[in-house]
Design a protein around this ligand. Structure first.
Ligand code: PRX
Length: 665
């Protein structure tokens, strides 16, 4: 077997055809692939007509100076106008934009919350734009947003977009340190925050972290942050200094009239920081026209969105790109009604999400595999208590979805009716790139299937040659796409180096993910390239072995890493969380059973050397398993930097469990 390719070991034969009714009335049909292939630029130009442009473009794509792309060159538009005002002007002002559901229970025992119509959203965004402008923010100035999942967070983003002031939203779970480094890197002069938000039944403060971050920024670059605009959400005591301004003072009294200015298609819309393998976070820059076209079209196509009748819920936080593209810009540009939920899935009870789906009659639901696996662990009795019959389509994003998790999602949540779209994309791509089309594709559990119309991806070997069907390699994007990142904020060199140097000769974008093509040429994502192991000369994907483990009835969640091994180069080490209430073998016997199970599912080569049963896995706040830390444990090293873990005590628990229990055979 060649060193350059990933071993293709896991086989999956299940297929789910699109439901006939959905297929007959699908927004996007099979001919779109052909149309886009015949003329990619006119295909995207046609999609750009979904938006309202103050001035149309002269040229669809300028790719004269790769990798620096310009889309819809010469076009002018306002993103906030496209997301809000135009729906009101078209007579849809009374349509609900958001069913906001707060975490605390209201006095009537029901969730606290309110509905916000498009007309109300327009007024709020206009007032906020006036208030922010009065604080001295003009087009081109950067604004940092550090907020809980409340409507004001979205209003703040849209107000910035309306003014042409790029926002950088920092996830509310990040530390003061992370916030200060992002404020400094992009040079934000305004920070928008809240006193706190509700998480797990308690008011959790945000303002103190902002105070600490601003103090750090002040020490580095005095005077950079001019104001901090603070929403009162929890009413908790907060320190209030000279630069602090209450949102209700500044925004509530501002005028609801605000003329949106049209900006150049390439005007910066936002910077979203994402972690690299090393060094400081990368500030991914998205611009206005191409990004909005990409987010709007893919939301329409992949979710088969019918804005008149659908109720859409994406459970991501606005602190991540998924919240940007598939809560704010795509869905609002498309004028749909959404659910916005402030809290966690298990507060006040583990059925909270399903209760919301039932109450709000959600039709389209988009979440992450980590959440699905958590619900699998809790058991189907919980969702089974609720009426989920309104759902007609389910989406998954963020990591490979194991076939068993896919099947569980489809059958338990989707009642075996709903297609599941496994959507592959990245902060960098800005929009979904590889996904089934729900009215066209016969989906395979665990596969993201094929690039969307207008998107070109391939799987190549180390030399950049496409691999054949049945083989694995590296995922590349072979043509520019409208929502692509334009650069890293302030660092064109790092942009070129990180994404474009590996396959410079071919001009491919290197996504950093391993992938394989199955016998039909459909794509399977195999995890980040640095999660790929090499066992006895076979390149094995952590994802495939994890999926094999999760397909065992006793396993709820699994993480696999490669650990140095004298004989095999690397050996497979697995960490598993068991499902609650299972019975059967325990201890060593269970470990042997699981090892045998992997051998049966994939082959002896993939049989884990070690399997450790643990109570929790180390995860980042966005739910990604931090395999780097597990590798440290597997290789008996001092555990590295844990500051980005959602719960930093997890590693202590794992280490303690290991020293007390015999896990190796
Ligand atoms: O490794 C891929 C994985 O998440 C990475 C991008 O992460 P981020 O920029 O945080 O964006 C997450 C939300 C788009 C990718 O390089 N990933 C994302 N979606 C999938 C996935 N891996 C497999 N299947 C997916 N559907």
């Amino acid at each position: 077997m060649s060193e350059e390719t990933l071993s293709n070991l896991l086989h999956e034969n299940r297929r789910f055809e699109p439901p006939a009714e959905l297929a007959a009335d699908a927004n996007v049909k099979a001919d779109a692939y052909e149309q886009a292939r015949a003329d990619r630029e006119s295909f995207w130009a046609e999609q750009a007509n979904r938006l309202d442009w103050a001035q149309t473009w002269d040229r669809v794509l300028d790719w004269d100076n790769p990798p620096f792309a310009k889309w819809f060159v010469g076009g002018r538009l306002n993103a906030a106008y496209n997301c809000v005002d135009r729906h009101v002007e078209a007579g849809r002002g009374d349509k609900v934009a958001f069913h906001f559901v707060g975490e605390p229970e209201g006095t009537d025992g029901k969730a606290e919350g309110r509905d916000i119509t498009y007309a109300q959203l327009k007024d709020e965004v206009s007032k906020a734009a006036n208030a922010i402008a009065a604080l001295g923010v003009a087009a081109g100035d950067r604004v940092a947003i550090y907020m809980p999942m409340i409507p004001e967070a979205i209003v703040a983003m849209l107000a910035c977009a309306r003014l042409g002031a790029p926002h950088t939203v920092v996830f509310g779970g990040f530390s003061a340190e992370a916030l200060s480094s992002r404020i400094l890197d992009c040079g934000a002069k305004l920070v928008i925050t809240a006193d706190g938000g509700y998480r797990r039944g308690a008011a959790s403060a945000l303002k103190p972290a902002v105070d600490e971050a601003v103090a750090k920024v002040e020490a580095e670059q005095a005077g950079l942050v001019e104001n901090v605009l603070v929403v009162r959400r929890t009413g908790q005591e907060v320190a209030f200094g000279d630069r602090d301004v209450w949102w209700h003072d500044a925004v509530d009294s501002a005028s609801a009239e605000h003329e949106p200015e049209a900006f150049d298609s390439e005007h910066p819309l936002y910077v979203m920081y994402t972690s690299g393998t090393t060094g400081k976070p990368k500030g991914i820059l998205h611009t206005t026209g191409g990004y909005l076209v990409g987010a709007s079209y893919t939301h329409h196509a992949v979710f088969d969105l019918k804005p008149e009748t659908d109720v859409y819920w994406c459970t991501a936080d606005i602190g991540w790109v998924t919240g940007h593209s598939y809560i704010v810009y795509g869905p609002l540009a498309n004028g749909v009604t959404q659910v916005l939920y402030e809290g966690t899935p298990d507060t006040p009870h583990k059925g909270r999400w399903w209760e919301i789906v039932q109450d709000k009659k959600v039709t389209l639901f988009y979440t992450a595999p980590t959440a699905i696996r958590t619900f699998m662990k809790w058991g189907r009795e919980i969702p089974d208590k609720f009426d989920l019959s309104s759902l007609r389509l389910l989406g998954s994003v963020g990591e490979p979805i194991n076939p068993e998790a896919y099947i569980w999602y489809r059958s338990v949540i989707g009642g075996d009716r709903t297609p599941v779209v496994d959507t592959w994309w990245q902060t960098e791509t800005g929009m979904i790139m590889i996904s089934p089309l729900p009215g066209v594709t016969a989906s395979k559990p665990g596969s993201a299937m094929t690039p969307l119309p207008g998107v070109s991806a391939d799987v190549v070997d180390l030399e950049g040659k496409p691999v054949g069907n049945g083989a694995g390699g590296y995922l590349v994007l072979t043509e520019p796409w409208p929502a692509m990142l334009r650069t890293l904020w302030g660092d064109d060199e790092r942009f070129k180096e990180t994404y474009w140097s590996r396959y410079a000769a071919q001009g491919f974008y290197f996504a950093g993910d391993g992938a394989k093509k199955d016998e039909d040429g459909d794509l399977w994502l195999l995890g980040r390239v640095d999660d790929v192991m090499n066992v006895s000369g076979h390149r094995l994907s952590t994802t495939e072995i994890e999926s094999a483990l999760v397909s065992h009835p006793r396993v709820a969640e699994a993480a696999v890493v490669g650990a140095a091994d004298e004989t095999t180069g690397q050996a497979v080490c697995a960490f598993v969380i068991l499902r609650e209430g299972g019975s059967g073998a325990e201890g060593d016997e269970l470990v042997q059973e699981l090892r045998g199970h992997v051998a049966k599912e994939i082959g002896a080569i993939a049989k884990p050397r070690q399997i450790m049963v643990v109570a929790e896995l180390p995860k980042t706040r966005s739910g990604k398993i931090m395999r780097r830390l597990l590798r440290d444990v597997a290789e008996n090293r001092q555990v590295g930097d844990v500051t980005t873990l959602a719960d930093s005590t997890v590693m202590d628990l794992i280490a303690k469990g290991l020293s007390s229990g015999k896990a190796e055979d």
